[in-house]
Design a protein. Structure first.
Length: 378
């Protein structure tokens, strides 16, 4: 493995740009809280996430203090910001702008990888192998931007599927030799993105409360939704993030473990937080009234997706199943089913209580575990 390092200032700036892009995804979903709207929002989120994740990998193999690397990263940040501007209208009039800027970001990523391979920090054969699938995917993305309706959705879905499939299936053996992994830097970068998404939840809570009298119901909704956000943070960072990092450091195939656990499965965590943020905004905005079905499903379902993402991440990294998280995810959906006539803040209170019980159980289990068991994530 490469010498460990922390995230550089230019990488943190890059993350700030993605805060805006992620915010735009929540806007896209909030304006169309239907199953079709959910699918379109998740498709855009998958593309945005994959671009961010791709740069984590290449920066893991690059020198962030190099002026040319910094310039390339800042230029890509500008392009992804423009792509973010186009996200709310990506399936209408701004599809071509989104596609062109996004493709430029991915081309710059491949150029940075080519430079890393020239310096001996990455394997050119592996880069070229999944570079082919990137080229096919980006071609479909551009083609989809010139058609409308279901054709655009179909072509963009195919583009994302092929792009994701490159390192996942088609070149999995060669992926092992892609590069060395600076484990601490890698795990930190993904943890920071989870925090970015949780920050979007905090912003959504504030926006939902704007322009409304600060009565008891609203204050209760704000406090409870902030508590849920803090509980989501606790569920990821208090114990398991460190265990997963240790497991990655000890993995026989760290590149494959990093790709599976972080690049792929973290998308579930991110999607869960984004969907929850949409529901949280509506829950705060209508604190004293029953929450409409789609918004209530976003609130409860987002938590369920997040918890199941944590289960999948744990299973891949340490090989154990988080049965209590699975049960808690099911309980969140049960809350959705029975809370149609409850005030929005009451629904939030029940969800906060469920998460508190889950975290208390995990804390208790962690306190009882022997040091050897903790290393395995028991």
């Amino acid at each position: 493995m490469t010498p460990e390092r922390r995230s550089s200032p230019v990488e943190l700036f890059w993350d700030l740009v993605f805060v805006f892009a992620v915010t735009q995804v929540t806007t896209l979903l909030r304006h169309d809280l239907t199953w079709a709207g959910f699918g379109r929002a998740m498709l855009i989120l998958a593309l945005v996430w994959w671009a961010w994740s791709a740069y984590v990998w290449v920066m893991n193999a690059q020198d962030p203090e190099s002026p040319p690397v910094r310039v390339a990263l800042l230029a890509a940040a500008g392009l992804i910001f423009i792509a973010g501007l186009a996200v709310p209208e990506a399936f209408r009039g701004e599809g071509t702008l989104f596609a062109v800027t996004y493709v430029c970001v991915r081309v710059a990523h491949l150029a940075l990888y080519a430079d890393a391979s020239r310096r001996g920090n990455a394997n050119w054969a592996a880069i070229a192998a999944f570079g082919v699938t990137i080229a096919i995917g980006m071609g479909l993305l551009l083609a989809g931007s010139f058609v409308h309706g279901g054709w655009r959705v179909a072509l963009w879905t195919a583009a994302a599927a092929i792009d994701y499939a490159g390192p996942a299936w088609l070149t999995r053996e060669s992926l092992r030799g892609l590069q060395e992994v600076a484990v601490e830097h890698f795990a930190e970068r993904y943890g920071l993105f989870v925090i970015i998404c949780l920050g979007e939840s905090v912003v959504a809570i504030g926006v939902g409360a704007q322009g409304r009298p600060l009565g008891a119901a609203l204050l209760a909704a704000v406090g409870l939704t902030l508590l849920i956000t803090a509980e989501l943070w606790w569920a990821y960072f208090t114990r398991f993030a460190a265990i997963a990092q240790q497991s990655l450091a000890a993995a026989r195939d760290p590149v494959l473990a990093a790709a599976d656990g972080y690049s792929y499965l973290h998308l579930l965590l991110v999607a869960g937080v984004i969907v929850f943020a949409v529901g949280a905004r509506e829950e705060v905005a209508h604190a004293a009234a029953p929450l409409a079905g789609p918004a209530r499903l976003a609130l409860c379902g987002g938590l369920g997706i997040y918890l199941l993402g944590g289960v999948a991440f744990r299973l891949r990294m340490v090989g154990t199943v988080g049965w209590m998280k699975i049960a808690a995810a099911g309980a969140c959906l049960a809350v959705y089913a029975v809370s149609a006539h409850a005030a929005a803040w009451v629904t939030a209170a029940v969800l906060a209580g469920l998460l508190a019980a889950l975290l208390a159980w995990e804390q208790w289990r962690g306190a009882l575990a022997a040091p050897a068991d903790r290393a395995l994530g028991a």
